[in-house]
Design a protein around this ligand. Structure first.
Ligand code: 5GP
Ligand code: MG
Length: 175
């Protein structure tokens, strides 16, 4: 069995719940009357997306794309690998792209370029965590849950060596 660190809480379950509810209200009002498709990036965004969509009180389609940039462990490989088995037609629809964390910006940048080929009406992004200090690509997110410092975080969908995605809060690694 792997030895996991003792989690240090960065953002508690109740803070996440309140913030996700507020994001849901904002998104619900911004997209009222529009054809919305929520596309989440797997695996990291699965927990956030599940909570977020239940706070968006609008008709919507959902789909997902698999992306991996952290090839192994905690070092970014610099390359982004995409796997999608798109079922949903996004042509002319308003796409909200949901991810766990915006770090260098490579993943979202790459996915936005990929999705544009399918001719959506527009694409906006929503991330739970924004690690602005690490940005390499000029990309601003339209909706962000929390701005965080440059620390390695895990839990609430984010992994620690593929574990801990099921923690109900966001933890960070103390060095
Ligand atoms: P980017 O392409 O913006 O550099 O990185 C985005 C992806 O890297 C995220 O979707 C996430 O999977 C991973 N990532 C970036 N920072 C962290 C972190 O602090 N913890 C974990 N677990 N994953 C991270
Ligand atoms: Mg991810």
């Amino acid at each position: 069995m792997i030895k996991l660190p003792k989690p240090e809480v960065l953002i508690s379950e109740s803070r996440i719940r309140r913030r996700v509810a507020a994001l849901g209200r904002k998104i619900s009002s911004d997209y009222a009357g529009k054809d919305l498709t929520v596309i989440f990036i797997s695996s990291g965004a699965v927990v956030f997306a599940a909570d977020l969509i239940r706070n968006i009180k609008l008709p919507m389609h959902i789909d997902c794309i698999r992306a991996s940039s952290y090839a192994s462990g905690m070092k970014s490989s610099g390359r982004v690998k995409l796997t999608s088995g798109f079922k949903v037609d996004i042509r002319g629809r308003h796409v909200l792209l949901v991810d766990d964390i915006l770090d260098s910006g490579r993943t979202l940048g790459r996915i936005i370029r990929f999705l544009k080929k399918y001719r959506p009406a527009d694409i906006r992004t929503c991330v739970l965590l924004d690690k602005a200090a690490r940005r390499e690509i000029p990309l601003e997110t339209d909706y962000a849950g929390f701005a965080i410092p440059d620390v390695f975080v895990y839990g609430y969908g984010l992994d620690y060596r593929e574990y801990c995605r099921n923690l109900p809060y966001v933890a960070y690694l103390k060095d």
